[in-house]
Design a protein around this ligand. Structure first.
Ligand SMILES: [Zn+2]
Length: 108
């Protein structure tokens, strides 16, 4: 995912549409036409307005509506993302994030 995408991305929730914040966990630099560009591999996109979070996994921003995130394969993948980066994810997302947090957060 290219960092400039953050300028055009908005919260996908239809009642929100706020601009978003990005925390980069892992990135690399690509040379594109002689210019160095940062490519984000893993990171956390958060919405300051509605409290939702969205993961960047393997370079792809997963910005799906809640109902596609709370079950099945997508949920498992996003839950693994939270587990993988829990030391760098804000506590309020782990305990209280929308549409879900890290269930095991109570033992932290
Ligand atoms: Zn939002």
């Amino acid at each position: 995912m290219k960092i400039w995408l953050m300028d055009i991305l908005a919260c996908p929730d239809p009642d929100c549409r706020s601009s978003l914040q990005l925390e980069i966990f892992k990135s690399h630099t690509d040379e594109v036409e002689g210019e160095q560009q940062e490519e984000i591999d893993e990171g956390l996109i958060t919405c300051p307005k509605c409290g939702r979070w969205y993961p960047v996994i393997d370079g792809i921003a997963c910005m799906l509506p809640d109902n596609l995130r709370v079950e099945g394969k997508q949920h498992d993948e996003e839950a693994r993302f939270l587990e993988r980066w829990k030391s760098r994810i804000p506590k309020e997302i782990l305990t209280d994030g929308k549409p879900f947090g890290l269930v095991e957060a109570s033992t932290m």
